[in-house]
Design a protein around this ligand. Structure first.
Ligand code: AP5
Ligand code: MG
Ligand code: ZN
Length: 213
């Protein structure tokens, strides 16, 4: 089963993808995490420039990252895509890549959250290199500053500054929101009210996914 998570920065894509990946036993693919793990290489440092400004990394780079990742054996039973696609050319490329693997998108979940809530969530987010995500108030780790899952020190993302967050929201509306109609037309879109608790959202997502599985 292939699931796409759409939603603005801070809507909870990573949080929900992690939970869903554990339940379904299929990989969670976050293009943001893949790019952050590539920092220090030539391509990664070029990507970091775009990311820190809150801009999108060029489509050609993302399409090639996703093509490589989806062709790996652990994706044979499907995956959860978090943060890809973000533009119409990326979405068209995804359909082609999946068709070449005899697969398709089963469902696109659009997590909707008001802007004021997104800013509150991102300003107090803490993350771990293992992919775990926390919030100082809404989802704190058991021990302050330390990851529950792997014990490493938590840090704040370079693009969680006020200026970058504001730009990420503008870019989302301009470049990524058109995908809502794109997937609505293809009868794949389900809208999720992302302003509730992590548990409530996760239960609703599970109900929607179980119905389509
Ligand atoms: P990416 O890493 O994907 O960032 P993003 O889309 O901006 O989304 P976030 O990761 O910030 O938010 P999220 O929705 O995952 O929320 P989270 O679960 O963490 O991309 C970063 C950059 O990489 C992009 O700007 C771009 O430059 C580049 N990039 C990546 N993919 C690309 C692509 N395909 N094309 C081009 N460029 C690309 O939750 C947020 C916070 O809220 C956390 O603290 C969490 O604990 C808390 N929280 C979660 N749910 C709730 C809840 N229900 N109630 C209260 N708090 C909650
Ligand atoms: Mg994320
Ligand atoms: Zn960790």
């Amino acid at each position: 089963m292939n699931i796409v998570l759409l939603g603005p920065p801070g809507s909870g894509k990573g949080t929900q993808a992690t939970l869903l990946s554990e339940k379904l036993g299929i990989p969670h693919i976050s293009t943001g995490d893949i790019l952050r793990r590539s920092f220090g290489t030539e391509q990664g440092d070029r990507a970091a420039g775009y990311m820190n400004r809150g801009e999108l990394v060029p489509d050609s780079i993302l399409i090639s990252i996703v093509r490589d990742r989806l062709s790996q054996p652990d994706c044979r039973a499907g995956c959860i895509l978090d943060g890809y696609p973000r533009t119409i050319p990326q979405a068209d490329a995804l359909s082609h890549i999946l068709a070449g693997l005899n697969q398709k998108i089963d469902i696109v979940l659009d997590i909707e959250v008001p802007d004021s809530e997104l800013i509150a969530r991102l300003s107090s987010r803490r993350v771990c290199t293992c992919g775990a995500t926390y919030h100082l108030i809404f989802n704190p780790p058991q021990n302050p500053g330390v990851c529950d899952r792997c014990g490493k020190a938590l840090y704040q993302r370079d693009d969680d500054t006020e200026e970058s967050v504001r730009n990420r929201l503008i870019v989302y509306k301009k470049e990524t929101q058109p995908l809502i109609d794109y997937y609505k037309d293809r009868k794949l879109l389900v809208t999720i009210d992302g302003s509730r608790s992590i548990e409530q959202i996760s239960e609703e997502i599970w109900a929607v996914v179980s119905e389509n599985n």
